[in-house]
Design a protein around this ligand. Structure first.
Ligand code: TYD
Ligand code: MG
Length: 469
C-alpha cells in the first residue's frame, strides 16, 4: 500500500523539523522561517527497513595505505588550499558571498584543468551559455584550442538531466555545479534553494561522484545572515569546504579551507581580482604593504600567520575626539572589536594612556580579516603612535599577544615570522621577550635587529622622544 507522503515543516534557518507550522521557530527563535517540505518515502528506505543487512568486512589498522592521487589544478594558490590538488572522487564545496568571484575562479580552474588534458564539465544554473562565453572571452580563456577540446558547458538546473548525462558519458574527471542553490530534483516538493532541495540535489550528485569517481565541485552562495540553505547544510556531506572571501570594494580575494579531509584547514590562497579575472598572488605581503606610507602616525606593520604562510599587513588607527555624547565609537575593519577594547583598556590601566574618550577607527589594509591575538602588539603600537603623533619606524614590524596585566606574551612560529620580516626588507622586529630555557629563541636573520619587549609600558617608552633608540 502506498503511504501518503509525510509533510514536515523545516526551519530554513536552523533546520529544526516540526510536524506543524508555527510563526516562530521554537529552536532558534527566527520568525517566518518554517517551510513545508514533503518527504516522499524513498524506495531505498523502505526496502532497507525490511532487508537484513549483510556482514561487514573488517580489517586491521596496520594494512597498506596509499596516499590519494591528485589532479593538479595548475593554480598554485588553489593547490595550496586543496592540499596539493583535487582528489578523484572527492566533493569540494566552494562557498562565498554572491558576486565575490566564485564562478570566475571555477571557470579559470576548469580551463586550467582542461588545458592539462582533463575532461571537465561546467554546469551553470545561473547563467546562460552566452554569458559564460562572454566571461571566458573577457578572461581570455577562449583562445587555447587545447583547453577548448576538453571542456564542456551546459546550462541546466535539472539534477535528473545532469546525472543522466554523467552516467551516460562517464568521461568527465571534474564536474562543476554553479550553483547548488539553483539545482532542482524532481520528486522533492519544494523550491530550488530550500534546505531539502539543496540537500537532496547534493546527495544525488555526491552519490554519483563517489560511484563514478569524478571530482565534484559545488558552488554555494552564503546568504547575508550566514544562515543558509547552502554551504552550512552541506558542510558535513562534502570532503572539503572552501570559502572565498574578500571585500567587494577591494581587489584581494582569500580562499580559505574551513574543512578538508585531504589537507590542512588553515592554509589560504590569495588572489587579486583584475579586469581580466583572478590573478594569483604568490607574495601577498609585498602587495598588502605596497601602498604604505611609512611616515604617518597611527600605522604599524604586523607579521601575521595564515596557515603555514607568513603575511605582513598594515594596521591603521585613527583617533578623533568623541563625536557624540554617548559612548565613544569603535569602528573596526578586519579585526575583532572586543580585542581592540581589551588593548585599549590595558593601555589605560597599565600604561596610563587614556584613549577612552576618543573615537577609534581601526583598519587592517587589504581587506584581510585577522583573527590572531598575535596582532595585539601591532594594534597597540598603532594606537600609541596615533596618540603620541609619532610614527612607527618605517622599517619596523611587530607581533606578540598582550595579556591583561600588560605583559607581552609569546606567540607561535617566531622563526617563520622573523624570516618574512627580513625578506621584505624590514630591519627591526619588536617581539615578545623570550622566556623559559627549554628552547632557545629561533635565530633571527642577520639583517634584523630584534627588540624583545616584556611589557606594554616598554612599548610606550619607545614612542616617547627620550625612549627612542
Ligand atoms: P562572479 O564570479 O560572477 O561572482 P560569483 O560567482 O561569486 O557570484 O564575479 C562577479 C564579479 O567579479 C563581478 O562583479 C565582476 C567581477 N569581475 C571582474 O572584476 N573581472 C573579471 O574579469 C570578471 C570575470 C569578473
Ligand atoms: Mg556565480
Amino acid at each position: 500500500m502506498a503511504r501518503k507522503p509525510a509533510s514536515l515543516f523545516v526551519c530554513q534557518n536552523c533546520q529544526a523539523q516540526f510536524p506543524k507550522w508555527t510563526g516562530r521557530c521554537e529552536q532558534c527563535g527566527e520568525w517566518n522561517s518554517l517551510e513545508e517540505e514533503t518527504r516522499a518515502a524513498t524506495p531505498g528506505r523502505t526496502t532497507a527497513a525490511t532487508r537484513k543487512g549483510g556482514g561487514l568486512k573488517t580489517t586491521r589498522l596496520d594494512g597498506k595505505a596509499t596516499p590519494p592521487a591528485r589532479l593538479d589544478t595548475n593554480m598554485a594558490e588553489l593547490n595550496r588550499v586543496l592540499g596539493s590538488g583535487l582528489v578523484p572522487g572527492s566533493v569540494v564545496l566552494v562557498g562565498g558571498d554572491p558576486g565575490i568571484g566564485k564562478s570566475t575562479l571555477m571557470l579559470q580552474m576548469t580551463c586550467a584543468l582542461a588545458k592539462a588534458q582533463h575532461n571537465v564539465l561546467y554546469v551553470s544554473g545561473e547563467e546562460a551559455i552566452d554569458q559564460i562565453r562572454l566571461r571566458a572571452r573577457r578572461l581570455e580563456l577562449d583562445k587555447d584550442p587545447k583547453a577548448l577540446d576538453q571542456l564542456e558547458l551546459a546550462a541546466s538546473i535539472n539534477v535528473n538531466d545532469i546525472t543522466a548525462t554523467l552516467e551516460d558519458k562517464r568521461a568527465f574527471q571534474v564536474v562543476v555545479i554553479d550553483s547548488i542553490q539553483t539545482m532542482w530534483l524532481e520528486g522533492v516538493a519544494s523550491a530550488p534553494g530550500s534546505v531539502s532541495q539543496v540537500r537532496s540535489c547534493a546527495f544525488e550528485l555526491i552519490r554519483l561522484a563517489k560511484t563514478l569517481g569524478f571530482v565534484l565541485i559545488l558552488i554555494g552562495h552564503v546568504t547575508k545572515e550566514g544562515a543558509l540553505a547552502g554551504p552550512r547544510v552541506l558542510e558535513h556531506m562534502v570532503d572539503a569546504v572552501l570559502y572565498f572571501e574578500g571585500d567587494r570594494g577591494h581587489q584581494f580575494r582569500i580562499l580559505r579551507a574551513a574543512k578538508n579531509r585531504f589537507g590542512a584547514t588553515d592554509e589560504i590562497g590569495v588572489f587579486a581580482m583584475t579586469d581580466t579575472g583572478l590573478r594569483e598572488v604568490p607574495n601577498p605581503s609585498a602587495l598588502f604593504l605596497a601602498e604604505r606610507h611609512g611616515n604617518v602616525a597611527g600605522s604599524a606593520v604586523f607579521a601575521g600567520l595564515e596557515g603555514t604562510r607568513p603575511i605582513l599587513l598594515e594596521v591603521q588607527v585613527l583617533l578623533s575626539a568623541k563625536s557624540s555624547d554617548g559612548a565613544a565609537r569603535r569602528a573596526v575593519l578586519g579585526w575583532d572589536s572586543s580585542r581592540l577594547n581589551m588593548v585599549l583598556a590595558v593601555l589605560e590601566a597599565r600604561c596610563g594612556l587614556k584613549l577612552g574618550s576618543m573615537d577609534v577607527h581601526l583598519n587592517v589594509t587589504g581587506g584581510l580579516k585577522v583573527t590572531e591575538p598575535a596582532a595585539d602588539l601591532a594594534v597597540a603600537a598603532a594606537l600609541i603612535s596615533a596618540a603620541t603623533g609619532q610614527p612607527t619606524a618605517p622599517d619596523e614590524a611587530y607581533f606578540g599577544e598582550i595579556g591583561l596585566s600588560g605583559e607581552i606574551r609569546q606567540v607561535s612560529q617566531t622563526g617563520i615570522r622573523l624570516k618574512e620580516i627580513a625578506k621584505l626588507g624590514f630591519r627591526q622586529a619588536v617581539i615578545p621577550r623570550h622566556v623559559g630555557t627549554a628552547n632557545a629563541r629561533p635565530k633571527a636573520p642577520r639583517s634584523l635587529t630584534i627588540a624583545e619587549t616584556g611589557h606594554l609600558s616598554e612599548l610606550v617608552r619607545r614612542f616617547s622622544p627620550a625612549g627612542k633608540d
